[in-house]
Design a protein around this ligand. Structure first.
Ligand SMILES: *Cc1c(COP(=O)(O)O)cnc(C)c1O
Length: 428
């Protein structure tokens, strides 16, 4: 691992590309000519295999009608379980501990409805002040459903510097009043990875359940949820997993919790063989499948057949190795080429703590992003001052990373950003 002899030259980028074991996957994606896509951490690109899987699903509907549930190459009735099993190696779970279902926010609601059991003085939920807003809204509403005022009941660990969280500060907040902890695996702005193994152990030592939001880590870094004894987790499929806009999400429930009744039950959580008994007695599946609610959104599930097949082939270990090299290379280039131009790197340099994207902080970030887009580089902006850049192992080349930094350098030296307003678009 590591950049043995970093050089800021284009030749060096070409050497890295020539030695890239995953280079062939780039041809499997739809990449726009003259465009460098560095936003795969917000919406992953379409692959040919995902497209084919979606079209095959439409065709099954066209040709089979209702029989698509039990016939064809991928019978719809078992597809959520089948894809859960394909996700399992990505999160380090057993096949039956993972299910493809719902959306990130819905799955969070489901898991909190299932595992938040306030008792006596243990009524609080612990989260953090840097987490994604939807998670906070969901937690606040779950507290209200239980008749608790979210103000005193939702604890948010503070960041010391606005970028990172210290595990020690989180552990210090694990008091006897905490019933449940919800944390990100990777912080969506800075890309910091939390030490999930350590946090899970500390939580369990204090009798607290812990769950993780894996939106920014699934498909980018390996996990060992079962070995770490994590209670549950949930994630989306449209970022690093390339499942398409609004793709059906996923969740993990540790097998020790099988049998815990779902907080939000529905007939797709039934044991498969009982579901069509149409009885009013609910027989929940003895697997993560129990936490499904209703009929899966199959047209938003299907692309994952193609996409997850690629993850299985490429291997999450190889993806992580390349991703780390790319983010390191990007940061080296930024330090070398953009020195003195007002940028700071807001992501961890340490490989153990660095996720799949790099965030650059700059006072003019909003309009620098607009100038990047005008020059064919697609980043994303997170208010107030963050430019997120995600070189994606399956489809970004080192030459593109090099090119993107050169373009950024030109934008800065020519002050091209000055012709834009320094405010975000509606969707940033
Ligand atoms: C992307 C993301 C979400 C989005 O939730 P949806 O229900 O898919 O809209 C939630 N949490 C985190 C941490 C995210 O990164």
């Amino acid at each position: 691992m590591g950049l043995y002899s970093f050089e800021p030259t284009h030749d060096y980028a070409q050497i890295l590309d020539q030695n890239d074991q995953l280079a062939a996957y780039r041809n499997e994606f739809y990449l726009k000519p003259n465009s460098i896509y560095l936003d795969g951490n917000s919406l992953g690109l379409l692959s040919k295999r995902a497209e084919k899987a979606l079209l095959d699903c439409v065709n099954d509907w066209k040709e089979r009608g209702i029989d698509g549930w039990m016939q064809g190459d991928h019978p719809w009735f078992y597809l959520s379980e089948k894809l859960g099993a394909l996700c399992a190696p990505l999160v380090g779970g057993l096949p039956e501990e993972v299910i493809v279902t719902g959306s990130t926010t819905v799955n969070l609601h489901q898991l909190v409805a299932t595992f938040y059991k306030p008792e006596g003085n243990r009524t609080k939920i612990l989260a953090d002040e840097l987490t994604f807003p939807s998670d906070i809204y969901a937690l606040q509403s779950q507290l209200r459903i239980h008749g608790h005022d979210p103000e005193p009941h939702l604890l948010r660990v503070k960041s010391r510097d606005g970028r990172f969280l210290e595990e020690k500060d989180i552990i210090d907040a694990m008091t006897e009043e905490v019933a449940l902890i919800i944390l990100p695996t990777v912080l969506y702005r800075s890309g910091q990875i939390l030490n999930m193994e350590r946090l899970t152990k500390e939580a369990h030592d204090r009798g607290i359940l812990i769950g993780f939001d894996g939106c920014h880590s699934i498909g980018a870094i390996p996990h060992s949820f079962s070995d770490w004894d994590v209670d549950f987790a949930y994630w989306c499929s449209y970022k690093h997993l390339n499942g398409g806009p609004g793709a059906v999400a996923g969740l993990y429930v540790n097998r020790k919790h099988f049998g815990t009744l779902p907080g939000l039950a529905g007939w797709f959580g039934s044991k498969k063989e009982h579901q069509f008994d149409m009885e009013h007695t609910f027989f929940p599946a003895e697997s993560a499948g129990a936490y499904q609610i209703g009929t899966p959104h199959l047209l938003s599930v299907a692309p994952l057949i193609g996409s997850l097949e690629m993850f299985g082939e490429a291997g999450i270990g190889n993806i992580r190795t390349k991703s780390l090299l790319m983010t390191q290379y990007l940061m080296e280039l930024v330090k070398h080429e953009l020195n003195g131009l007002g940028f700071s790197i807001g992501s961890p340099m340490d490989e153990v703590r660095r996720g799949g994207h790099v965030s650059l902080e700059h006072a003019e970030a909003a309009r620098i992003c607009k100038a990047l887009k005008e020059n064919g580089v697609i980043p994303d902006f997170r208010a107030p001052n963050i430019i997120r850049l995600a070189p994606v192992a399956l489809y970004t080349s080192y030459c593109e990373v090099w090119q993107a930094v050169q373009i950024l350098k030109k934008i800065m030296s020519e002050k091209q950003y000055e012709k834009f307003k320094n405010e975000r678009e509606v969707v940033a």
